[in-house]
Structures are given as structure tokens and as C-alpha cells.
Design a protein. Structure first.
Length: 241
């Protein structure tokens, strides 16, 4: 397997309650701070996918970006070519803005989307749940329209943000995850539930799985890794409608 995961810092995460009947809002314009073309050179230098080795683009934030540095052995010798496109601190609107060039133009077989935690953290302004869901679903629909299989990840648990305390993110994470899960089920996309495996039962991360209550430790990534592998395998076998 080839591995092309490159760094940045942010978060994207998910969980459960629901508002499935509510249509996603129109995608938000991306904030200028987060739309810098970080991966321009890497995208230009990336070779075409190798036959027999499905390319999997990981679209996300700092959790995605930090993963290869935390556990490089996980990405060695896999049956997939993982291409990391995480940007730290990035909100879903900024991910949507770069989604074509940083994901779909790389000709992946599968795209794994992890987005939303930085929206909840108000990294680019007040949190608007319907707009965040709209950005996530817009990415999924663009990928599907171009024949790319979609994995929608839950936002990971966060009881508090150390860089912006007092927002009470836990219930918001749970609510956003419920909406993502309902949307994935409705549209026959694979839902990757990191939240259930990482949560401590009190809206936060289990002890030892996050270094600051948000960003996974090596132990946290090792909980996530088999779930990612299973979701990608399922997406490759799954016939999207």
C-alpha cells in the first residue's frame, strides 16, 4: 500500500440525537482564513492511483492531519492507498470549498469525511447546525455524483474545548452525529461511528484516548483504526444508489 497522509491541525467529529426531517441548509461560504491551497504541490505531485490498490482520501481537520505522525505503522502495508487531506482548525464550509481539488480531483475510490467539530467550537463564527449539516451533505453528494464511494464519520466526543471553554459542546456533538447518521442511512452511505467507541458516557473522551479532551492520543487512534478499515471495506463492497 502507498501512503500519502500529510499534516495540518483541526477536528471533525460526530455522535447521535436527531432532526432527520429537517432539510440541510444551503452550504455556508467558506471563511477566507481556511481556504488557503495548502495541498497544491502535493496534489500536483500525486501519481495516478495504482490498479488494484484503491485510493482512499481522508478529508478532515487536525485529527486527520495528526494521525500518520501518531501511528505511521498503521498506514504501512495496507491494501489501500490512504491520502490525507486534513487541515487543522478547519470548519466544514472551508472543507467544502477545497473538496473538489483536495479530494475528488485525486480520483479516489472512497472518500472519508470527518467534519463538524470546529464548527461547534466556533472557529469561524457562531455555530449553525443546519449549515454545518448542509456542508457535510454537499460534500457527500458531490462525491456520489462523481462515482466516488462515501464514508461519513461521526464527530468524535468533546465535553469541552480547551482553546474555547464554556461552549458546552457535548450535546451539540451528539445532535450533529444523529443528523449525519440519519442522512447516511437515508442515502445509503456508510456511517463510521467513532463516537460510540471513544465516548466515556459523559459526553467526553474516555481516559487516555485524548491528550486534551479532543485530539486523540496513540491509544485513541488505535481505537479508531479498525473502525476506519471496516468502513472503507464496507464502502468498497457497498453499492451506492
Amino acid at each position: 500500500m502507498k501512503y500519502c497522509l500529510l499534516p495540518a491541525l483541526a477536528l471533525g467529529l460526530l455522535a447521535f440525537p436527531l432532526r432527520a426531517q429537517q432539510a440541510p441548509a444551503a452550504p455556508q461560504p467558506a471563511p477566507a482564513q481556511a481556504t488557503l491551497p495548502r495541498y497544491t504541490t502535493e496534489n500536483q505531485q500525486l501519481a495516478p492511483p495504482v490498479a488494484g490498490t484503491p485510493r482512499v482520501v481522508l478529508m478532515g481537520n487536525s485529527i486527520t492531519d495528526a494521525w500518520p505522525g501518531a501511528d505511521p505503522a498503521f498506514f504501512a502495508g495496507r491494501p489501500y492507498e490512504y491520502v490525507g487531506r486534513g487541515v487543522g482548525g478547519q470548519v466544514s464550509a472551508a472543507m467544502l470549498e477545497r473538496f473538489q481539488r483536495d479530494a475528488l480531483d485525486l480520483h479516489p475510490a472512497v472518500v472519508v469525511i470527518l467534519a463538524g467539530i470546529n464548527d461547534i467550537a466556533q472557529n469561524a463564527g457562531p455555530y449553525q447546525p443546519a449549515a454545518t449539516l448542509g456542508n457535510i451533505t454537499a460534500m457527500a453528494e458531490r462525491a456520489h455524483a462523481q462515482g466516488v464511494r462515501v464514508v461519513l464519520s461521526s464527530v468524535t466526543p468533546a465535553a469541552e474545548f480547551p482553546w474555547r471553554p464554556g461552549l458546552g459542546p457535548g450535546p451539540k456533538v451528539v445532535a450533529l452525529n444523529a443528523q449525519i447518521k440519519a442522512y447516511a442511512r437515508q442515502h445509503h452511505f456508510v456511517y463510521l461511528d467513532y463516537y460510540a467507541a471513544l465516548a466515556d458516557g459523559h459526553l467526553g473522551m474516555k481516559d487516555g484516548l485524548a491528550r486534551d479532551g479532543v485530539h486523540p492520543t496513540l491509544a485513541g487512534y488505535r481505537v479508531m483504526e479498525p473502525l476506519l478499515q471496516e468502513a472503507v471495506a464496507k464502502a468498497l463492497k457497498h453499492k451506492q444508489r
